[in-house]
Ligand binder design. Structure first.
Ligand SMILES: Cc1cc2nc3c(=O)[nH]c(=O)nc-3n(C[C@H](O)[C@H](O)[C@H](O)COP(=O)(O)O)c2cc1C
Length: 316
């Protein structure tokens, strides 16, 4: 064989080998928990406009050397805790809506491209913050269109409205809403009951703060502390009432009970037993007075057992 033919064969084999290597190294597979974003020269969309990126989920793609590059977007869901406070409802009543949103980058074709454009350079915690801002805004908007009654009793409608509004806005930056969970105190009670609790005691104190206007220092060395006493009674009644509708185990009601009338209210809200604390600082005889007051109230109203009062409130 002529030497030039041998050289030609060697060169051809080398070229083929290089070609194979190039294809092998530039053929990229997309893992199931990622979106592959190919950018550079990626062609045009249906209207003929140049696309900023081509996104694929699953499968594989060939990345042309020099003209294309690629990166991945992580599909791991993000859990976002949204502690919305004092949002105005339709009747101008303020409401707290603590909730947990789970969002993730969308795999819907057009939305994936939004993600590539808006989120490619962001870290997970930055995406989380961005989503949180959007969710806060949309949640306030939804609450402003609903009455307190609707929000509290028609949870499905509330969640549907949240999902609709939040989802639409999230799509604009390439995210999708996976789950919404409005966390309220009754769900905590349900969690305790499901975990095997025999009873629930609620509500303890509410976090509070006092400031010395002369020194501008918080009065308590801890800066914040538990607020108890009469101020917390309405909150305690509301929480006991809400929880008592969700659980079967007894609820021990406490928080702000100072008089026998407060005690009756707490029983009517759904408590089976009561505790008192703060009032003892001002009146050590309060337990005796409360017991006597309850006894008189029972006699006057023909009540045989205090348990007849438990949960007896008649909501409007
Ligand atoms: C001086 C003081 C100390 C308290 N210490 C505790 C405590 O150590 N642990 C706790 O769970 N609750 C503590 N509490 C909260 C009470 O158990 C109770 O939940 C709260 O005071 C609300 O009820 P009340 O309004 O009848 O006092 C304390 C309350 C007071 C006033």
């Amino acid at each position: 064989m002529q030497p030039w033919i041998i050289v030609l064969i060697v060169v051809a084999v080398l070229v083929l080998f290089m070609l194979f290597l190039m294809v092998a190294t530039r053929y990229k597979k997309c893992p199931p928990d990622k979106i592959m974003v190919i950018y550079g020269k990626v062609g045009a969309d249906r209207e003929g406009n140049a696309r900023s990126a081509k996104c694929i989920h699953g499968g594989a793609a060939f990345i042309w050397p020099l003209v294309q590059a690629f990166t991945y977007l992580d599909l791991t869901p993000l859990s976002i805790s949204v502690d919305l406070k004092s949002a105005l409802s339709r009747q101008n009543i303020r409401i707290d809506v603590p909730s947990i949103f789970t969002v993730g980058i969308s795999t819907e074709p057009t939305v994936m491209e939004n993600a590539a454009e808006r989120l490619r350079n962001l870290k997970m915690n930055e995406i989380q913050e961005l989503a949180k801002d959007i969710i806060f805004g949309q949640l306030r908007l939804v609450i402003a269109t609903m009455n307190i009654e609707e929000i509290n009793t028609d949870r499905d409608k509330f969640l549907e409205a949240i999902s609709r509004n939040v989802e639409g806005e999230l799509k604009k930056i390439g995210l999708r809403l996976i789950n919404v969970n409005v966390t309220d105190i009754s769900e905590m009670a349900v969690a305790a009951e499901s975990a095997g609790a025999d009873a629930i005691s609620m509500i303890n104190t509410l976090p509070g703060m006092c400031i010395d206007i002369r020194t501008r220092r918080p009065i308590i060395r801890n800066n914040t502390g538990g607020l108890s006493g009469p101020a917390v009674l309405p909150v305690a009644l509301r929480m006991v009432w809400q929880a008592s509708q969700k659980v079967k185990i007894p609820i021990v009601g406490l928080g702000g009970i100072s008089t026998w009338q407060d005690a009756v209210e707490m029983l009517l809200a759904g408590a089976t037993a009561l505790q008192i604390g703060t009032v003892l600082f001002t009146d050590p005889y309060a337990p005796i007075k409360i017991a006597q007051g309850l006894s008189d109230y029972m006699d006057e109203n023909g009540i045989q057992s205090l348990s007849e009062l438990t949960g007896g409130v008649k909501p409007w």
